[in-house]
Ligand binder design. Sequence first.
Ligand code: MN3
Length: 378
Amino acid sequence: MKRRIAILGSTGSMGTQALQVINQFPDIFEVELLSAYSNSDLLIQQAQKYKPNVVIIIDETHYQKVKNALAQEDCKVFAGMKSLIDCMTMNSIDMALSCIVGIAGLAPAFAALENEIPLALANKETLVVAGELMIQKTKEKQVPIIPVDSEHSAIFQCLMGEQGNEIEKLILTASGGPFRGKTTAELKKVTCEQALKHPNWNMGNKITIDSATLMNKGLEVIEAKWLFNIDLDRVEVIVHPQSIIHSLVQFADGSVKAQLGLPDMKLPIQYALTFPKRLESLFPRFSFADYPTFTFEKPDFNAFPCLSLAYHASREGGNKPCVLNAANEVAVAKFLKGEIKFTDIPKMIENALTNTPFAQPKTVGEYLEVDKGVRYKL
Ligand code: MN3
């Protein structure tokens, strides 16, 4: 029997790459559900090609168009976030792959776990905002979260066969982004166009800006803390501009394991979908001869304050990582529209953290309220 996959956020960078992976293994996978926010044209094309049983367009203004276009197909078409959450009760889904960007992915990911659907998670913001709730749910329902983020996939792979062995340290690698080595004064003048040119990875706009500010690494530190149940002080970041070592684990005996590969998100996507198996892939292979030099440097916490802000928010806990994430989502959207400077991004986040009193949300709904409150003020 084929593994039936629900792809949440199928039209973005990760979603389209996930479909490329699935396309390589027609005997192993089938697409059960596709959802997209508003890219109705691509969603329609994907539905015609992959023949899912359910298609969901989140932005309801596109519903009639999608419904009409798929009238001849044997699939149900729904609209809205509530429909997506409701569909996570379908017992025909063997795995949900969440490629949604931002906090929008929280409620459907939580619903998947609630309904005992294994979750392949590319949407790191879900764990940043509500890691404690998500991890509690995985334990209660005995259902796994398989990381898709390349660093976390690397760590997950390094931990195979290490059950019961104490982790001394997790070392997350960072490319350093397009502005590595720049000073604060230089960063004041950078443009959106420059920020969108990532040296190694081909990704969506939001995460590409997050990589330029190093907030992406900050979010990943928090993601690692929850996924691998480790104290924040044991999660380190090292800049590795070649992006070949995807992350490392140091064990109690001092031994360090690393996972390497070319920077291509299809690799961690495929590993998450086929786990615990490894299937032959057509991806180009990494060659040491092509990369004679690996370099490493400490991240510049002064020029890139977002990384410190993330550690700080996670140490405070409660609603603070949610505030950090909300302010970052707003700031990045404003930067992409040319409304603020690159160096205003950390300022907006720091202000939001200072101006929001500590609270301890207890449900997904309460986290979404915190998020809304921060957005309303910015
Ligand atoms: Mn990553």
